[in-house]
Design a protein around this ligand. Structure first.
Ligand SMILES: [Zn+2]
Length: 264
């Protein structure tokens, strides 16, 4: 999981989202506000406005339109990082939307937790007719639209290929990192773990190919390899390789001799 670089929505789209959100915010009862949010989203996510939302989110994905959480599956679903069924005030908030794959969408669903007084509180399941506002507190999930997940998470590139909380985090950040890993099942899905292992090899091979290009290599060949690296899955593998270049044989010298690689 890496940070999703923001791209601005078209002005008219941003204005529509703000207006729709204002309509929901004007509903004074929490339960009715949630019902209104679910219905409004159901209807409005099919409009032309959301075609622009989708295409902008798509342009922000890593690799070939990969999921903003796991970086493996194709991103097709608009995910509300703060679930709209609990936080209707974020239903049409641009920074609350993320393109993710069906698998991550299903696993996270409307799960959410907050940290209050140093303790993690998972929000209880909501049922229609018995909705209550969530407790105050800092969200537990690391938010790739607003935060840099690499400050919380690290990837074991040598042995397990698991995502783990970064060494040296304070207790609150460690809780958040652990919750994020668990709720998205980043290590329990074998396809992700093996995908990262394969990705390391793919990145290594292409970096070696790039580094072995002689000074007379055509510019088009260089650009093609750079493009291929940018399109690979599991972008976190590449980011971790750049953060810890000594873990991969020869990578430090490749990055030093071809600094353009570091900017991918
Ligand atoms: Zn995913």
């Amino acid at each position: 999981m890496i940070r999703v670089e923001d791209r601005p929505l078209a002005r008219a789209t941003a204005e529509r989202l703000s207006a729709w959100q204002a309509e929901l915010d004007a509903v004074d009862d929490y339960e009715r506000r949630v019902e209104a949010a679910l219905e409004a989203y159901r209807l409005r996510s099919r409009t032309k406005v959301f075609e622009d939302v989708r295409s902008t989110l798509r342009s922000m994905c890593s690799g070939l339109e990969r999921c903003g959480y796991c970086e493996d599956g194709p991103a097709h679903h608009i995910e509300h990082i703060w679930p709209k069924s609990r936080y209707p005030e974020r239903t049409f908030v641009w920074l609350n939307l993320l393109f993710c794959c069906g698998d991550c969408n299903e696993r996270k669903n409307d799960r959410f937790a907050v940290i209050r007084e140093g303790t993690l509180h998972e929000l209880p399941r909501q049922t229609k007719g018995r909705r209550t506002p969530p407790p105050q507190g800092q969200p537990a999930i690391v938010d790739p639209r607003r935060e840099d997940p690499l400050e919380f998470l690290e990837l074991d590139l040598v042995d397990t290929f698991f995502v783990e909380p970064r060494v040296g985090l304070d207790e609150r950040s460690r809780l958040r990192a652990r919750y994020t890993i668990d709720v998205l099942q980043l290590n329990r899905r074998e396809v992700l773990v093996e995908g990262r292992r394969d990705a390391l090899r793919d990145y290594e091979l292409r970096v070696q190919d790039y580094a072995s290009l002689g000074p007379r290599a055509p510019q088009g060949q260089r650009e093609r390899l750079l493009r291929e690296i940018a399109r690979l899955r599991h972008r976190m593998v590449w980011e971790e390789m750049k953060r810890s270049p000594d873990l991969v044989e020869g990578l430090r010298s490749c990055l030093e001799s071809a600094p353009e690689l570091a900017s991918i």
